[in-house]
Design a protein around this ligand. Sequence first.
Ligand code: NAP
Length: 297
Amino acid sequence: MAHTQEYTMMNNVTSNPSQRDSIRGLPSNHQRKTALVTGASGGIGWQLAQLLAQDQYGLILIDIREKQLMEAKQQLLENWPGLQVETITADLAEKGMAEHIQQTLLDEERQVDILINNAGFGTLGFFWDTSWERESQMIHLHVLTLTHLTKLLLPGMVKRGYGKILNVASLAGFMPGPLSAVYNASKAYVLAFSEAIANEVRGKGVTVTVLCPGLTPTGFQAAVGVGDPELTANRWISTSAKEVALTGYQAMQRGRTIAIPGTINKLLVQAHRFLPRNMAARMVRWAQEKNRSFLKK
Ligand SMILES: NC(=O)c1ccc[n+]([C@@H]2O[C@H](COP(=O)([O-])OP(=O)(O)OC[C@H]3O[C@@H](n4cnc5c(N)ncnc54)[C@H](OP(=O)(O)O)[C@@H]3O)[C@@H](O)[C@H]2O)c1
């Protein structure tokens, strides 16, 4: 099990935090709070880490690749000197990782006030053709680790009467996904799970938000196979990682349950409610094949 841990703590967080807090409308004690972000060195997670840094949260950043994680940390410390940043390199698709992270937090006597379950990846192709190894890793990452981390950290939040959880699902979670069957199903789980626990924690000082991005140009898109460049460049269809992160961050701070970045994405979610399920599946398949002609069979 590959794992390294870095711990950095610096003083002089801010010259006048209370003044800045009142400007941003954040709780006056927020600078003492700590946020844990998974998948923090790339795409949406990296943008979320920067938003948290801007608001002077202490950070625990987790990602699979140590080099990228260290570069992310270095960049944060250059931009926000004095920020408290810890990194944990871990493959969250491996069994037992949530317990391992909790143990690390206990060893360092760290409390998590904000949990952002963001790490994820996609696969594309006909289910009979795709890699089971990759898909089982995906189920582990999107479903098991996300649920277990939440299970381990939520009780402390409820007990303290303060906490925020932001789970990154996808627009895909609203609809069946031919050619990305396991991905869409795993994100449907994230959506339903998050909505359910958001309801359970109501009145406990804890909120759960689920962010559902649509097409977002990041390492995720590059990894599943570059799609139609026109579609990716289309500002109506595609939303930048920065915009997606900001939508999720603001929704989390406001305690909203579902956050959908982009007007077209919001319309798609509404429109799909009125479609028969098989029609939704056909539409998704059409869109997948249009975006990536190599998928056509
Ligand atoms: N981009 C989109 O169009 C889109 C749309 C809807 C939802 N989302 C969701 O948004 C979230 C963030 O994705 P993104 O678009 O920002 O992709 P990204 O740029 O690839 O960022 C994801 C980060 O998570 C890391 N990661 C992947 N597997 C991991 C593992 N097993 N353990 C620890 N870290 C791991 C990645 O590392 P590597 O780079 O080494 O893989 C990467 O740093 C994901 O949950 C994704 O499903 C994305």
